[in-house]
Design a protein. Structure first.
Length: 373
């Protein structure tokens, strides 16, 4: 009987030989009959196995599945370090493999941000990975100060149907982020919200409902706006906990689902960095030499008060403030509605009441500081 390589071995085992001994003999015979063993007698016996005979396209398919199911960047890196063939195939077919990298594989924390992480996300984005395009676009646009390249990456993800990218571009259009107040395009923002809502984005659905109720970028329709808001609440209700089936997740103090990796990155990034000290617009992730807030024109910038959003202003007074208290500010109506139910409903105090409460204290302090006659 012959093996696939043409080596012969006996069909009958010698007396006293178990299955393991037979397998070792077959591997030795196959290694001795291989061309590598004929050219180099020092080749280790039994070095080749059936994995080496698998076609390249099948191994690449395995690597794609590993990348698509990776729970962290270390999982993909560990697979690449498993054997030399994996490394070679990833180098030759990195576009195919990196294009399928999972969101958890691409997720990076602000504390772990480095040039290597930036290059990895860039390679994934170049391979056509929509999640990498969106994540790197948000980091460049809001954190690194590279507005043009960041918006281009988010646009590339939006063209591919990435719903988070569609909604983020809608927020940018509504606020005119990266430009002046005259750069706002309400109709474009409403159109992007509609596309994101059609793909199941709850915040975009809620934003579009408010736009229809107020006639903000679209023709006003109170009934259609209310219908969309009810749909958004219904989708949020579907994600409610089993213990409280009649309450929304936001009523319980949390939102439906986790915040996106891009929003978590923004929250962590600006928690340790003042808004006026963002790097320059080179987009390489290295620390820039920003001037003072007055020189850069970025003094008084604020973050969105919705704690899980993380979006900062790109110019002064870009976000809308609460019309009652004027203390909190939001990048979108969706963030305002969510934060209202989560926390602000119990904290909001009208400005006139706040002034009435402050004024007696100010008068009492002034009387106490006045010199005695």
């Amino acid at each position: 009987m012959k093996t696939r390589r043409g080596a012969c071995y006996s069909c009958h085992a010698a007396p006293g030989e178990g299955p393991e001994v037979q397998r070792r003999k077959r591997r030795r015979t196959a290694a001795e009959a291989s061309p590598a063993a004929a050219e180099d007698p020092g080749v280790r016996l039994g070095a080749r196995d059936m994995f080496e005979d698998l076609p390249d396209d099948l191994v690449v398919s395995i690597l794609r599945d590993v990348a698509a199911s990776a729970g962290s960047p270390a999982d993909l890196a560990g697979a690449m370090l498993t054997c030399k063939r994996f490394r070679e195939l990833v180098a030759r077919s990195k576009v195919v493999v990196l294009a399928r990298a999972s969101p958890r594989c691409l997720s990076v924390r602000a504390k772990a941000w480095s040039d290597e992480a930036h290059r990895f996300l860039q390679r994934c984005a170049d391979a056509g990975n929509l999640e990498a395009c969106y994540l790197l676009g948000m980091i460049r646009f809001y954190c690194l100060g590279s507005r043009g390249s960041g918006a281009a990456l988010m646009a590339a993800a939006a063209v591919g149907g990435h719903r988070e990218a569609l909604y983020s571009l809608a927020v940018i259009q509504f606020n005119g982020s990266g430009g002046g107040k005259d750069d706002r395009d309400l109709r474009a923002g409403a159109a992007l919200c509609a596309r994101a809502a059609a793909r199941g984005h709850v915040d975009a659905l809620r934003e579009l409902g408010h736009c229809l109720q107020d006639g903000y970028g679209v023709r006003r329709s109170v009934l259609d706006g209310r219908r969309l808001l009810i749909q958004a609440n219904a989708r949020e209700l579907a994600a409610a906990s089993v213990a409280h089936p009649c309450l929304l997740m936001s009523d319980l103090g949390c939102r439906a689902g986790e915040a996106h990796a891009a929003n978590r990155f923004l929250v962590d990034w600006f928690a340790s960095r003042p808004l006026g000290l963002t790097p320059g617009g080179n987009g390489n992730g290295s620390a820039g030499t920003a001037g003072s807030p007055e020189e850069d024109g970025v003094g008084g910038l604020r973050l969105c008060s919705q704690a899980l959003c993380g979006r900062p202003e790109t110019r002064r007074h870009e976000f809308r403030r609460c019309s009652v208290c004027g203390v909190v500010n939001y990048c979108s109506r969706a963030c305002q509605a969510l934060h209202w139910r989560m926390a602000h409903k119990a904290e909001c105090t009208p400005m006139d009441r706040w002034l009435d409460a402050v004024q007696p204290n100010a008068i009492a302090n002034a009387d106490a500081a006045a010199p005695a006659p």
